[in-house]
Design a protein around this ligand. Structure first.
Ligand SMILES: Nc1ncnc2c1ncn2[C@@H]1O[C@H](COP(=O)(O)OP(=O)(O)OP(=O)(O)O)[C@@H](O)[C@H]1O
Ligand SMILES: [Mg+2]
Length: 376
């Protein structure tokens, strides 16, 4: 049983496709794939494309002209779009800046200044788990709302689990309007009575625990922060919901990226199940860093046997070594193909493409062009 082949060029040239989301486990090649797809969409298919990258390797960022983290798309120059008239723009997500922008859009300048000054906000906007995922979605929403792009290619954060990308926004908005925070908010509503007196009165033991865990100062900061954010609760949730709906729309195509390793494949399978459950459009699987099997070559067993015979005769040691390397590569390719069936067996109708492992890291436009061609 072989999975249908993913038609990457068909996807990139389809005018009804406006968003491609590259997701997968950590380190599998999401950023590389997103950048390569963006480049190909612009160069080959003439689309006005923006790539939203998250934490790209420094050399890759530099090669796309992304030298500053300024949270706006930059025109990527020096690529070959003359023939098709496409354009490539690229940006790196600045999580803190995006969070600041959201705050500014939802409140008065005075309130915004208070929020920015709050230590809890400062910590949360740069380190809270899930903030990066939330802000990636937020930025995607902004880019889509502008309607300035034919195609938006989205990279996803280097999370431990691919599912974090879908879970984090809901987790964050639950946190922001969660029960505990509502309680902490109470003093602001009752005209500045101490957070402790109020919380202690109604939730004695509970608040002691909270104080012990969080520390008194943090609790004060937190309460001020939440008071300031109060006017924005609806805004946060509403925007997360909106972006979620965009992700369910047929204009969006999810591409799962996986390396031919058991964990990455398992992660991809969980994610695929989740996409189906959320009715989000899964376009295909990218098996990255594969070692392709050469068809019609010498089999692994034959080359090992030949190497053994050469060993016995004692000469031609180099040839014997080459045969063994050949055999090892073939065995690796077989192993990888076996691992990949962990996904394709469970999702036989999901189209798949594979990309060969390159001899070196992909950090320039030429490298991205090669990956794009392999994808297609
Ligand atoms: N097909 C390939 N051949 C060789 N190197 C590759 C290939 N694909 C990706 N790489 C390299 O592997 C490294 C990780 O790739 P990349 O940054 O795209 O992964 P990622 O999924 O975005 O990782 P993270 O989860 O940390 O964001 C990079 O150095 C990249 O150049
Ligand atoms: Mg990445």
């Amino acid at each position: 049983m072989t999975a249908p082949r993913l038609d990457v060029d068909g996807l990139l040239s389809d005018p009804s496709i406006r968003i491609v989301v590259c997701c997968g486990a950590g380190g599998v090649g999401k950023t590389t794939t997103a950048a390569a797809l963006g480049l190909r969409a612009a160069e080959v298919h003439g689309r006005r494309t923006v790539v939203l990258t998250i934490d790209p390797a420094r050399r890759l960022a530099q090669s796309m002209g992304l030298t500053e983290l300024d949270n706006t798309p930059r025109h990527v120059k020096g690529i070959d779009t003359e023939r098709t008239g496409g354009e490539l723009h690229a940006m790196m997500l600045d999580m803190k800046r995006t969070f600041d922008e959201v705050v500014e859009q939802h409140t008065t300048p005075k309130r915004a200044a208070e929020i920015f000054a709050n230590p809890f906000y400062q910590a949360m906007s740069s380190t809270f788990a899930g903030t990066q995922e939330y802000m990636a979605m937020e930025k995607l929403g902004q880019l889509r709302a502008g309607d300035q792009w034919d195609l938006i290619v989205v990279d996803t954060p280097p999370s431990r689990s691919a599912l974090d990308f879908l879970d984090a926004p809901a987790r964050l908005s639950r946190f922001l309007d969660g029960r505990m925070l509502r309680m902490l908010l109470a003093p602001a509503r009752t005209g500045g009575r101490s957070v402790f007196s109020l919380v202690t009165a109604s939730f004695g033991l509970f608040s002691k625990t909270v104080q012990k865990v969080l520390g008194a100062q943090l609790l004060t900061d937190l309460s001020g922060f939440v008071a300031a954010l109060d006017s924005m609760f609806g805004g946060f949730r509403q925007r997360a919901d909106q972006t979620y709906r965009i992700l369910q729309d047929p204009q969006t195509a999810f591409l799962l990226v996986a390396a031919p390793e058991r964990d990455a494949i398992r992660e991809a399978a969980y994610f695929a199940e989740r996409l189906v459950a959320e009715r989000m459009p899964l376009a295909g699987l990218v098996l990255n860093r594969m070692h392709p099997i050469e068809p019609a070559g010498l089999s692994a067993a034959d080359s090992e046997a030949a190497a053994d015979r050469l060993d016995e005769t004692g000469d031609q040691q180099v040839t014997a070594d080459v045969l063994r390397i050949h055999a090892a590569l073939l065995r690796q390719a077989e192993r990888e193909a076996g691992v990949a069936t962990g996904f394709t067996g469970a999702f036989p109708s999901v189209p798949t493409t594979s990309v060969a492992a390159q001899p070196a890291d992909v950090h320039d436009v030429d490298g991205l062009r090669t990956i794009g061609a392999l994808l297609a």
